[in-house]
Design a protein around this ligand. Structure first.
Ligand code: HGY
Ligand code: MN
Ligand code: MN
Length: 403
């Protein structure tokens, strides 16, 4: 708990937590995490995209690894456990093995991923996709809100964008990937459970929409002659909400909305907003996304404003592997806890890692299911339960072919 508090202090936001990738705050948090890893008997380094990579050797050097971890970047005005708890608990588990002088028939790696949230450059899972070798090099030209490209941010961080490819790991190096994460939803709390085993990670579609109307004097242009981009966007936001409500278990969010030029006495000539659509079923998600695009385009046509809408990211449902679900369930039972399997509404790095390893996830209860909010909170007892289950999972883990 103290370590989560310590990492929360590395923030660009006075009085709150915002830590985007490749920032000075991210550097400070990375250094601290590498220190904890070394104390726990691991080697620790930054890889070519800025992931923190810790390694605890097995019975002999160079064995394939069970990879653990989570992300070290945060959303804006974030909670202090989303991501960080998984990295801290994994380090605690290795610390326990190291203190007992234990070596296992496989290595353990703990990854603190950079840019899982996609806050800085608008695209998620950058660190885990670089590790999986699936990062599109064109993203090096993606710009942050100050117009700095990822390539420039990497150079500013002391990394060489040309070496991004060296972050990639091959399938043979990983026996599995297992991530502990707060649930970020209300199920475990509603059922009085400290931990849960994740069955699948919901898919998502992300869009960027911009509307062009006509800027004008707020005092002189009659209502009937206006092409108000923000009024059109406001109608679109409600259409997004309606489209999601029309499909079971689909959720859709407009998280950012900007009026341009943004002056009190200027009719907005421009409006930009984002759309995030999620569902446990890809067909339903794609139906809802198509309906949103159709409604937005008819609203803009009726209002005579120009529309540009693009899908910036599409990720199907990611299933956790049954054998890892079973192993995690057995570890939960081994700790005397009831097993609860549940899907994840939130996205996670396992969505990227599934291309090179089977994935499993363990959820820890969080207060009122609140997350992406400074009120995010967990009980120390639940963090301890999660860490104990993870340690039991690690100690009982054997590579699949050795079953
Ligand atoms: O957006 C998500 O689902 C995750 O928090 N990156
Ligand atoms: Mn998050
Ligand atoms: Mn997260």
């Amino acid at each position: 708990m103290a370590r989560a508090d310590e990492l929360a202090a590395h923030s660009e936001q006075p009085g709150g937590l915002t830590r985007v990738s490749l920032s000075p705050e991210y550097r400070a948090a990375s250094e601290r995490v590498m220190g904890w890893m070394r104390e726990a008997g691991m080697t620790a380094r930054l890889d070519a995209i800025g992931n923190v990579a810790g390694r605890y050797e097995g019975e002999r050097a160079g064995l394939p690894c069970l990879m653990l971890g989570s992300h070290l970047d945060t959303v804006r005005d974030a909670g202090r456990y989303d991501g960080m708890l998984g990295v801290i608990c994994a380090i605690e588990c290795v610390q326990a093995l190291h203190s007992a002088g234990r070596r296992l028939p496989f290595a353990i790696e703990v990854l603190g991923f950079t840019d899982e949230e996609g806050v800085r450059f608008g695209v998620t899972l950058l660190g885990s996709r670089a590790l999986a070798g699936t990062l599109d090099p064109a993203l090096l030209e993606a710009k942050d809100r100050n117009g700095m490209t990822m390539a420039e941010a990497l150079r500013g961080f002391g990394l060489d964008p040309a070496r991004i490819g060296t972050a990639a790991r091959s399938r043979g190096e990983l026996l599995a990937y297992a991530e502990l994460h707060i649930e970020q939803g209300p199920v475990l709390e509603a059922e009085g459970l400290p931990v849960g085993v994740v069955t699948a990670i919901n898919g998502y579609t992300r869009m960027r929409v911009s509307i062009e109307g006509t800027a004008g004097h707020a005092g002189t242009v009659p209502m009937a002659l206006r092409r108000d981009a923000l009024a059109a966007a406001a109608e679109c936001v409600l259409a997004v909400e309606r489209a999601a409500a029309s499909e079971p278990e689909v959720v859709a969010t407009v998280g950012r909305l900007e009026a341009l030029p943004g002056a009190i006495n200027v009719i907005p000539g421009g409006a930009r907003f984002t759309v995030d659509v999620r569902a446990p079923d890809d067909a339903r998600r794609l139906r809802a996304a198509a309906r949103i695009e159709k409604e937005i385009s008819s609203i803009c046509a009726r209002r005579g404003v120009a529309l540009a809408s693009e899908r910036t990211q599409e990720q199907g449902v990611t299933a956790c592997s049954p054998w890892l679900i079973e192993r995690l369930a057995r570890a939960v039972e081994g700790e005397g806890l009831r097993v609860r399997r549940l899907p994840s509404g939130a996205g996670h790095d396992g969505m990227a890692l599934q291309t090179i390893a089977d994935i499993g996830m363990l959820f820890v209860r969080c207060a009122n299911g609140i997350s992406h909010n400074p009120a995010e909170a967990i009980r120390a007892a639940d963090a301890a339960a999660g860490a104990r289950v993870l340690l039991r999972f690690i100690e009982e883990f054997r590579p699949r072919e050795l079953q």
